[in-house]
Design a protein around this ligand. Structure first.
Ligand SMILES: [Zn+2]
Length: 424
């Protein structure tokens, strides 16, 4: 009997065991690299020369687009990808927040502590709870402890770290550490989309640079013989809309008297407002006189956005029409013009991100219909063979992306792989 046959018999025992348990846990290689390229709009690859994305499309799965969720902001959306939760359930509902229980403010640049993030459970924590291993590289919230657990290895966000080095870090975590799930974040093409706009030549150039980064990642996976074990997912958090601060900028204090407002949070596509006592209705009426803004009382926010049921949503929530910007300081906003922005209604096509996936457990050359970014978490749990923690995603929406592992050679590869992949 060959070593491989022994392993196949072992596998059939495992399959039998799985038949009496609710989940199949032995089908996949249990190794996933989740990559996010921030602000990568679904149609960017059609604007640029992207041979490496094309390669992923040919050899894996590509979605026409992904349905982002509201608010279409970086921290909230990235946390939804890794928790499978709507923003009202994981609590990161904007890039800037106030928590009335903590009496404390959250801001994107300050590495907020665990108390802000622990309403959700990210994939790198779920993995560890089930005896697997995980690493995070620059991922929003990737540095935190949840329930006293953190990823095995963490690289906190640092914009100055070159993209090639981030690729090396990911390959090290997969090849040397043999982590089961690694999440890797790039802040482009979001940054260029903001500075030059989504229709600019600079944006096209940056999309091509990100394609080159993807090419280096694919080369390294091959060089380190990881292509039979690693399922690669390249996703994004949201898209990007064209904005114009010369004639599509609205100062809230041109609409509402200063004395009616206690404080505001964030500027751009959305703004949260805390009116003075008894002024909520008057503030909303005043803002809604401008046809390019829509102000909601917290309880009146549309149900389908799934954002309102969280204590961090302020009494008045203002959202601008696509392309418009709301500010509390016109001069300051014009000093840092942003011809591109996001945060708008998630149903707008300009807010839709990409999804590509390729690897031993993904089908090949498949174009799939849109699904929600919250469906990515249960799919990764399935690939890792672990039960997902409570989430809002649906595995059925992505199950057709995966192929049943019926190739005996692949099973042997997987079992050999697993032998060196035991969790500590
Ligand atoms: Zn952004």
């Amino acid at each position: 009997m060959t070593g491989c046959s022994v392993l196949i018999i072992s596998l059939s025992v495992a399959v039998f065991i799985n038949e009496v348990t609710p989940r199949s846990c032995r089908k996949y290689t249990q190794q996933v690299l989740l990559v996010s390229m921030d602000g990568f709009r679904y149609d960017y690859p059609e604007k640029a020369n992207t041979p490496n994305f094309d390669k992923m499309e040919r050899n894996g799965v590509r979605a026409e687009y992904v349905d982002s969720i509201f608010t279409t902001k970086t921290l909230p959306s990235h946390y939804s990808i890794v928790t499978g939760l709507y923003e009202e359930n994981h609590g990161i509902i904007a890039n800037a927040m106030y928590d009335p229980e903590f009496k404390d403010e959250f801001s994107i640049g300050s590495f907020p502590g665990s108390k802000w993030w622990d309403q959700g459970e990210p994939i790198w924590i779920t993995a560890r709870k089930h005896g697997l291993t995980s690493g995070t590289i620059h991922w929003p919230g990737g540095y935190i402890d949840i329930q006293g657990i953190r990823a095995n290895k963490i690289h906190k966000y640092n914009q100055s770290v070159p993209f090639e080095h981030r690729v090396e870090l990911a390959i090290g975590m997969l090849a040397k550490d043999k982590f089961n799930i690694v999440s890797l974040y790039f802040h482009e093409p979001d940054n260029t989309g903001h500075i030059f706009g989504p229709e600019s030549a600079e944006l096209v150039k940056m999309v091509e640079e990100m394609d080159t980064v993807l090419g280096k990642l694919l080369d390294k996976l091959k060089e380190h013989r990881l292509t039979d074990s690693v399922n690669l997912i390249v996703a994004s958090d949201h898209g990007m809309a064209t904005t114009n601060h010369d004639n599509k900028l609205i100062n809230i204090y041109d609409l509402v008297d200063l004395t009616m407002i206690k404080s505001t949070l964030e500027t751009g596509a959305i703004m949260q407002v805390v009116p003075e006592d008894g002024q909520v209705d008057s503030v909303i009426r005043a803002i809604n006189r401008n046809p390019n803004l829509k102000a909601y009382k917290r309880d009146d926010l549309p149900e389908l956005w799934r954002v309102k049921n969280n204590r961090r949503v302020m009494p008045v929530f203002v959202i601008a029409n696509e392309g418009w910007t709301i500010t509390n300081d016109t001069q300051l906003t014009r000093q840092n013009p942003r011809p591109g922005d996001h945060g708008y209604d998630s149903s707008l096509m300009t807010m839709k991100p990409i999804f590509y996936a390729m690897g031993p457990n993904f089908r090949s050359g498949v174009s799939v219909t849109p699904f929600k970014i919250i469906d990515i978490y249960p799919m990764i749990c399935e690939l890792l063979g672990i039960p997902p923690s409570p989430n809002n995603g649906t595995l059925n929406n992505t199950a057709s992306f995966l192929r049943p592992c019926q190739d005996s050679q692949r099973m042997c590869n997987w079992l050999n792989f697993e032998g060196s992949n035991n969790s500590p």
